[in-house]
Structures are given as structure tokens and as C-alpha cells.
Design a protein around this ligand. Sequence first.
Ligand SMILES: CC(C)(COP(=O)(O)OP(=O)(O)OC[C@H]1O[C@@H](n2cnc3c(N)ncnc32)[C@H](O)[C@@H]1OP(=O)(O)O)[C@@H](O)C(=O)NCCC(=O)NCCS
Length: 166
Amino acid sequence: MQFTLRDFRREDFQTLWRIDQSCFPPGISYSRPELSAYIRRPGAFTVVAEEALQSGDAKPLAIGFIVVEASRRGIGHIITIDVLPAARRSGVGSRLLVAIEERLQNAGVTRVFLETAVDNQAALSFYKRHDYFLVKTVPRYYSNGLDAFVLEKDLLSLAKAANLQR
Ligand SMILES: CC(C)(COP(=O)(O)OP(=O)(O)OC[C@H]1O[C@@H](n2cnc3c(N)ncnc32)[C@H](O)[C@@H]1OP(=O)(O)O)[C@@H](O)C(=O)NCCC(=O)NCCS
């Protein structure tokens, strides 16, 4: 699958909200006001993956996105990462994740964390593959009563390892 990454534009909002609805069950997916508030949070940025134009397509189709925030204390937080079911296992999620990790590192962020439902096997395998480790469990984190795992990645040690390899 051919795709490119770009920054969020205001006109993407409705498409991204629909993608989020298709990615998460009720109780975990965001309402429009929630998603909008997260995207507009101070220090937040959103990267969109869109499929390369095929002949006959009017405009490229968004197939995934990631919303992240960076605090002034040098901590990154992945608010959500969503890839349309039909576009999964093609590297879209990985490209989005690597892109925001690089951006966070360039902004001086040293570690990044996220929450994911304890029963989300795909996400747990995905984050394990990307060197995130389990920090703690938060009981009843989601509004449907499900617990969340907090996962974290140390971006500083990654940067050190990359420098050693040079
Ligand atoms: C988690 C998610 C973002 C992964 O996106 P993706 O584009 O499919 O990920 P990639 O293709 O880059 O996968 C990279 C690796 O992660 C692991 N992985 C991803 N999905 C997996 C799955 N369903 N089962 C097992 N391993 C999986 C694999 O190691 C995979 O490498 P491989 O395909 O070579 O085996 C996607 O499944 C998704 O949007 N899920 C719904 C929303 C969600 O749960 N978001 C995360 C919680 S915030």
C-alpha cells in the first residue's frame, strides 16, 4: 500500500472522527467534542496518513492518524493512533508512530507514554514491537469499565543507541 503522511487540516476532522468510530468500540471511541478538544490541546499535534492517489480518485483518502501532545516538562503522550481496518498490517501505524517519535525527540521530549485497553491484543503487540514497556494498570480507566495499561518508551536511550551506532 502506497501512502504519505502530512499534518492535520481542519477539513479532516469529520473523516478522522469516522475513522476513530471504526477503530474503537463504544465507551472507548471519542465523541466529536472529545476528539476535537484533544486535537486542539496546547502542545498537541496530529499527523494524518493518506493513501496515494489512484487514477480516477478525486482526492486522497485518509486511512489513519495519530494525535499526540508534548508537555513543557519533556513528556510526550499518545492520545490515539487509528488505522482503518482495511489498511492495517501494511506499516501505516508504524510510519505514524516513528514520525511522531522523531518529532517529539526533535522537540526535546525524552519519554512518551500512552494508555491502551488491557484486551487490545493488536495494540499491545504493535507497541511491544516498537519497544514500549508496561508501566502500570489503571483500573476502570475507560467509561465502559475496562482497565487500561499505561505503556512507555524511553526516547533518550533510543537516541543514545543511534549515536553509538554512528
Ligand atoms: C494498533 C494499530 C494502530 C496498528 O496499526 P497497523 O498499521 O496495522 O500497524 P503496522 O502494520 O505498522 O504493524 C507493525 C507491527 O505491529 C504488530 N501488529 C500490528 N497489528 C497486529 C495484530 N493485529 N496482531 C498482532 N501483531 C500486530 C506486528 O508486529 C506488526 O508487524 P507485522 O505486520 O510485520 O507482523 C491498528 O491495529 C489500529 O488502528 N487498531 C485500532 C485502534 C487501536 O487499537 N489503537 C491503539 C490503541 S491507542
